[in-house]
Design a protein. Structure first.
Length: 453
């Protein structure tokens, strides 16, 4: 049996070798297999060589590092010679906002950033830059940096250079971020820092008191850690519309050199998950602003069909996974509409009531607005504004109509007061009841002193 099988195999082999078509087919098959193996080996060897010779860094447009590098690339001498560029004026498309451009000089707002793939020379090395748009999320981009024949230390030095250049130019600016629907943040503005004394508030001294409280908190991370206290600080700004709540946050950010992360809880696209992701993605040292928190919830249910729940908000603010090190500011025009659980101690450490202008605040604002006005005109404006009748926003709206005519301002302010039909508050009963219901403090004191070591 074995002899017959062996004889059959030999006969088949002889027949195949005698057949030119069969021999050619086997040769082609073996050659293809050899070429495929060679190609695979070559690719593996090339990838290994590239890993040894190329240092790669991947950046996402949602991260601050993307903005550093985009600005750095736009200013790089080699990048200025690029033939394929992205041209932006608002610069939001590339995740960057101009930080040194004059708003009146449109030509200075142009930023030419290398697009696609570019090869640049930097510090004696070749840098391959590739920008790619996210196919699913068009507003997101990726940036790949490949340093040829470089090292990790050289790549880190490049990124530090980009960061320091960006920081040096942004030192006199305040960056403002808005949350997107995916739980990330987009830098939508970079504004000049506003002096704290330019914010006119009632009561006087509230801005400085809040600033001092923030500064004490930022300097006491170790103090909080030693006592096992979560390193967070919450502020509630409440009062009528136009009394300076948002302006105070902007001025504080400039004074403390912190970015602002602003989030609207009333957005119908916000969910518990995206809120938690957004708060976790915010910078560890920042001013986190939740505006008009009363508009997001009617009691403990989301208003207007919103997908964000009240419990989701509470967990995001101070749950187990809540981020530490940031200053949380919440603002509302209606303190009485807030759930007591939202503003309890631990979530809100400091409450600041910002009221309508006193006569002194009206005079202070008029004096700042008309810096060369006669004292009698300033006094007349303050008299027309009255005591606790108008907000700073009301006053600004009128004075902006006559920016160079302080002598006409008293009559204009008086007409505005008459049109508003407001009366000086003789009883703060509703406010007092709301504060008492929430265990509030005496609003005559702008802030509660931070703990002392």
């Amino acid at each position: 049996m074995a002899r017959h099988l062996s004889r059959g195999c030999s006969s088949l082999a002889s027949s195949l070798l005698a057949n030119q078509f069969a021999t050619g087919g086997v040769a082609v098959l073996l050659t293809g297999a050899a070429l495929a193996a060679t190609r695979t080996a070559a690719r593996a060897a090339l990838e290994l060589a590239l890993r040894r010779c190329v240092v790669r860094a991947e950046l996402d447009s949602r991260d601050d590092s993307y903005r550093w590098v985009v600005a750095w690339l736009a200013a790089h001498p080699s990048a200025r010679e690029a033939r394929h560029v992205t041209v932006c004026t608002s610069l939001r498309r590339v995740g960057h906002t101009p930080i040194d451009a004059d708003a009146d000089a449109d030509e200075e707002r142009l930023l030419l950033v290398p697009a696609g793939t570019s090869l640049l020379s930097h510090a004696g090395k070749w840098l391959l830059v590739r920008r790619e748009e996210d196919a699913e999320r068009k507003e997101r981009e990726g940036l790949s940096l490949q340093l040829l024949l470089g090292s990790r230390e050289q790549m880190a030095a490049l990124l530090r250079e980009a960061r320091e250049a960006y920081a040096a130019r942004a030192r006199e600016r305040t960056r403002v971020y808005f949350a997107d629907e995916y739980g990330g943040w987009a830098c939508v503005a970079s504004v000049a820092r506003r002096p704290l004394d330019s914010v006119v508030l009632s009561p006087a001294g509230a801005a400085a008191a809040v600033r001092d409280d923030c500064a004490r908190f930022l300097a006491r991370r170790a103090w909080y850690g030693a006592r096992g206290i979560p390193y967070r600080r919450g502020y509630l700004l409440h009062g009528p519309p136009g009394t300076g709540k948002t302006s105070l946050v902007g001025a504080l950010a400039g004074e403390l050199q912190l970015p602002i992360y602003s989030l609207s809880l009333a957005s119908g696209r916000l969910t518990d998950d995206t809120l938690a992701e957004a708060l976790a993605a915010a910078a560890p040292r920042c001013l986190l602003l939740l505006e008009d928190v009363d508009a997001a919830f009617g009691g403990r249910e989301g208003a207007g069909g919103a997908r964000l729940t009240f419990s989701g908000l509470l967990n995001a603010i101070d749950g187990v996974a809540a981020q530490e090190g940031r200053l949380l500011f919440m603002s509302t025009n209606h303190l009485d509409r807030l759930d007591a659980a939202l503003v309890r101690p631990g979530r809100v450490d400091v409450r600041v009531h910002l009221g309508l202008c006193s006569r002194e605040q009206a005079a202070a604002y008029a004096r700042r607005f008309y810096d060369d006005a006669a004292p009698e005109h300033i006094d007349a404006i303050a008299d027309a504004a009255g005591e606790g009748v108008v907000s700073v926003a009301d006053l600004q709206g009128v004075l902006m109509q006559i920016p160079e005519n302080p002598e006409r301002a008293p009559a204009a302010v008086a007409a505005m007061v008459a049109e508003l039909g407001r009366k000086p508050p003789s009883d703060d009963g509703n406010l007092q009841e709301a504060e008492e219901a929430m265990g509030g403090q005496d609003r005559s004191k702008p802030v509660v002193d931070a703990p002392t070591s």
